[in-house]
Design a protein around this ligand. Structure first.
Ligand SMILES: Nc1nc2c(c(=O)[nH]1)N[C@H]1C(S)=C(S)[C@@H](COP(=O)(O)OP(=O)(O)OC[C@H]3O[C@@H](n4cnc5c(=O)[nH]c(N)nc54)[C@H](O)[C@@H]3O)O[C@H]1N2
Ligand SMILES: Nc1nc2c(c(=O)[nH]1)N[C@H]1C(S)=C(S)[C@@H](COP(=O)(O)OP(=O)(O)OC[C@H]3O[C@@H](n4cnc5c(=O)[nH]c(N)nc54)[C@H](O)[C@@H]3O)O[C@H]1N2
Ligand SMILES: [Mo]
Length: 772
């Protein structure tokens, strides 16, 4: 649509668009002219911006307004709100910050505030919050991401840094050039490639994969869902039991050694400790060879399939691709360590189409053939508080103040949290075992949240400040791993009483005597121009010529020059392992890690192993809860964002999140497509709408994340979730003492038809609001 260029650009995590505004309302987000594969997720945005679920003014929980910190947390999530003016609300927040800091110190404020917020460098909610809190004394923070927290610890232990996990992937054209085999543990789900943190200008995964396919690359999908591989790949589909990838990889590794197919010379030159791993692999250490038969008994694939795959991998140029989901399970460090080990055994690391890569298609940017660029961000200052938690230990921290925890070789203690500050994330979306979180969330004295919509987080706050959306402010998007800078033009005025997070923090800073330190005297557009100027300066140092700001702003985007040669992960190390030594203790790939061994962890020893997950289909728990729940990323939204929009709501089944169930499992329970069902285990229960399909393997269910948590009795832990949020079922346990990462993919459940009247979904009705 050429006339779209008349509209100004804006950016979201799922794409760049041009905003059509009529009579002061956003009426359309039109796909960006450079994007050949735009995402329809944006359809949900325009009608919701000024809809009934928008938070229109600052709100305070009724009993908190009456009794402040003495109100107690039990009513959180279940009480009406009272609308107050901005001045009153900001006085309350500033007063609480001062009280908590004076009485308990800044470490009693938890502002880990994990979450994706919105695209945009300046208005990035967490950056704004951290900059403000750091000026006033700091806060207890969180480290690592729900996405890949296990990998963020194990990958740097094995290869020295997170390359191949977060960036630096072998790029699509180089995989095509290998003309070999891609083995995809956890798939390459096209639904996930719609998004990239920070924004997307061009969706490139489809063209990258098509290029590989056209070059003759073969694909094998290892995972429970056929939909994790695009149909056009024609991938072979192997369906092991979920969470058994480490056992399969050991079976593959054993076959390579047993048949003399491993590359001894590569291991000698580039890897450390293969000989420490070998006795475990071959069974001389414990009497149990980890051969294909052993692996088959665990994962359910035939031993011949495992052996055949190992031979194919050795015969061809092979890329071992592992999705981030695979480490989001109990002992999630192990399949990642083993994937690198297997790749080293194949000896193809650093060659086109060989080696390993984590997270291909899990977002748009991995493997995208663009050059890396040091985009600017809002400076956050320095946090004087040293306390932290691994991000998924939030309920543990709130429930166990003072308790000790292990993390990556260190031993730390949970601070005693009195106040929680959350912006730009939704723990009632992202955390596991939400009933446990509801209980833990009652502990702090005060919870402050900035939100745009009346989602479950806003409803579980004491003070809610209404935040603008990106369509109500000016910003820059450095479209993640994408080679583009996009101008985010304000399209409409702030809705109701919503304000930018920045402006709320500036006024709070004012109350603490810190306004100038916080704003540096700059307006919003001054900041946008300033960040652009930083990018332009950095560009000049790299011989990249950015236009003047005004020209950029009017055009709406700037593209970095194209790459000359597609990147290959660790090609430099392969070429010269001395000059390009890895930043590990040995300088090489650590198949055995003396450091990890020295920690003495029973759940993560000194070399990779198979460890039985806390819940899986081969374990004892399967007798009572015989189905493995896959709670993966939703196709029609980003996490919980815009779940209340039409594009999401029209795809609900029986008004709830769709639950995929295999025909065999459905038949034995009398379940048909469209039925209302109850999914349950000992931690909780939710309703969902059944979809019977053989795209999910037997004994496995798919219930994607993102449907807003909707307890039948709000605020009461353990009540039925009426809407299909899988996190009332998932397990809140760390992967290991090493990474303390979340294990959302480790979860057994049972399902039954819901008989009797269907409770209405309540979360799409705004809460009760009283006027003062
Ligand atoms: N069971 C299960 N659980 C999972 C996962 C799983 O695989 N299975 N995956 C996990 C993963 S990988 C992740 S990354 C997390 C994602 O979890 P989150 O990132 O916490 O989820 P979002 O819904 O994106 O939350 C962002 C929130 O920020 C708000 N917001 C957006 N822009 C702004 C802004 O400018 N200002 C303010 N104040 N607020 C804003 C939105 O309204 C929304 O409520 O979920 C995790 N949870
Ligand atoms: N549309 C959309 N895209 C997104 C997001 C979103 O919310 N919506 N979220 C983004 C974020 S924050 C992240 S971190 C990425 C996450 O990217 P991923 O981690 O890849 O995401 P998932 O969809 O959770 O998992 C992908 C598939 O892994 C398979 N799987 C699960 N457990 C196992 C296992 O034990 N073994 C094997 N072999 N396979 C398994 C499941 O079949 C699942 O469909 O997605 C990003 N992309
Ligand atoms: Mo994530």
């Amino acid at each position: 649509m050429p006339q779209d260029a008349a509209f100004a650009t804006t950016a979201t995590h799922w794409g760049t668009y041009r905003s059509e505004v009529r009579d002061g309302r956003l009426v359309g987000l039109h796909p960006f002219e450079l994007d050949g594969d735009p995402s329809p997720i944006a359809r949900s945005v325009p009608p919701t911006l000024d809809g009934p679920l928008r938070i229109r003014g600052p709100m305070v929980r009724r009993s908190w307004l009456a009794r402040r910190e003495r109100a107690g947390g039990e009513g959180r999530g279940g009480e009406p709100f009272v609308e107050v003016g901005w001045d009153t609300a900001l006085d309350l927040v500033a007063g609480e910050l001062a009280r908590v800091r004076e009485t308990f110190g800044s470490r009693a404020i938890y502002a880990g505030s994990y979450g994706w917020a919105s695209a945009g460098r300046f208005h990035h909610a967490q950056s704004q919050m951290r900059r403000f809190l750091n000026l006033g004394g700091g806060y207890t923070r969180s480290v690592n991401a729900y996405s890949y927290a296990a990998a963020q610890v194990i990958v740097p232990r094995v290869i020295g840094d997170p390359r191949g996990l977060l960036d630096d992937h072998t790029q699509w054209p180089a995989i095509a050039e290998g003309r070999g085999l891609v083995v995809m543990f956890g798939g390459m789900p096209m639904k996930n490639a719609q998004v990239h943190s920070g924004g997307v200008s061009r969706h490139t995964v489809r063209e990258g994969l098509e290029q590989c396919k056209a070059a003759g690359v073969e694909f094998v999908l290892v995972g429970p869902l056929r939909s994790d591989a695009a149909d056009f790949l024609g991938a072979e589909w192997l369906t092991p039991l979920p969470n058994t990838d480490a056992a399969i990889m050991l079976g593959l590794a054993h076959t390579l050694v047993a048949e003399g197919l491993h590359d001894r010379a590569f291991l000698d030159r580039y890897a450390e400790g293969f000989d420490r791993f070998l006795p475990y692999l071959m069974g001389t250490a414990d009497g149990q060879p980890k051969d294909a038969e052993w692996a088959a008994a665990i994962c359910g694939l035939p031993a011949d399939t495992i052996r055949g795959l190992a031979r194919r991998m050795a015969a061809k140029r092979t890329m071992i691709s592992v999705g981030w989901s695979v480490q989001r399970g109990d002992h999630g460090e192990q399949p990642y360590w083993l994937a690198i080990t297997l790749a080293a055994m194949l000896g193809q690391i650093g060659l086109a189409g060989g080696g390993f890569g984590f997270g291909y298609a899990d977002m748009n940017g991995q493997g995208n053939p663009v050059r890396a660029f040091p985009w600017p961000s809002l400076p956050q200052g320095i946090n004087p508080v040293k306390d932290f938690i691994p991000v998924a230990r939030i309920a543990d921290m709130l429930l166990n103040p003072g308790a000790a925890f292990d993390f990556d070789g260190g031993r730390f203690a949970y601070p005693d949290i009195r106040m929680v500050y959350w912006v730009g994330g939704n723990p009632f979306h992202h955390h596991q075992d939400l009933n446990r979180l509801v209980r833990a969330w009652q502990r702090p004295e005060t919870v402050v949240v900035h939100e745009q919509f009346w989602n479950p987080l806003a409803r579980h706050a004491d003070i809610v400040l209404p935040a603008t959306t990106p369509f109500e402010r000016n910003d820059l998007s450095c479209a993640g791993n994408d080679g583009h800078l996009v101008a985010m033009h304000r399209a409409i005025a702030p809705v109701g009483g919503a304000r930018n997070d920045h402006d709320a923090f500036a006024d709070l800073a004012d109350r603490l005597g810190l306004r100038d330190a916080f704003t540096e005297g700059r307006t919003e557009m001054d900041w946008v121009r300033h960040l652009y100027a930083v990018a332009r300066q950095r560009g000049a140092r790299l011989d990249i010529d950015f236009p003047e700001f005004d020209a950029f702003w009017e055009k709406g985007w700037f593209a970095l020059p194209a790459v000359e040669r597609p990147h290959i992960l660790m090609a430099d190390f392969r070429a010269d392992p001395v000059a390009a030594r890895l930043p590990t203790p040995s300088g090489r790939i650590e198949i055995h890690s003396a450091a990890i061994e020295s920690f003495g962890y029973d759940d993560c020893p000194g070399h990779p192993v198979w460890l039985e997950p806390a819940e899986w289909l081969g374990g004892a728990g399967a007798a009572r809860h015989p189905l493995h729940l896959i709670s993966n990323q939703p196709d029609r939204k980003l996490h919980s964002q815009y779940d209340h929009g039409p594009y999401c709501r029209e795809a609900k089944v029986a008004g709830r999140e769709a639950l995929w169930i295999n025909p065999a499992d459905a038949a034995s329970r009398g379940i048909a497509t469209g039925d209302l069902v109850r999914v349950f285990n000992d931690r909780g229960a939710c309703l969902a709408g059944a979809v019977v399909t053989d795209a999910v393997m037997p004994r496995v269910l798919q219930l994607p994340t993102g449907s807003w948590f909707d307890p039948a009795e709000p605020g009461v832990p353990g009540s039925l979730d009426r809407h299909g949020n899988p996190n009332v079922l998932t397990l809140d346990k760390p992967t290991s003492k090493l990474a303390q990462a979340p294990v959302a993919m480790t979860c057994l459940v049972e399902v039954e038809r819901w008989e009797g009247p269907a409770p209405a979904v309540g979360i799409f009705d705004p809460p009760v609001i009283e006027q003062v």
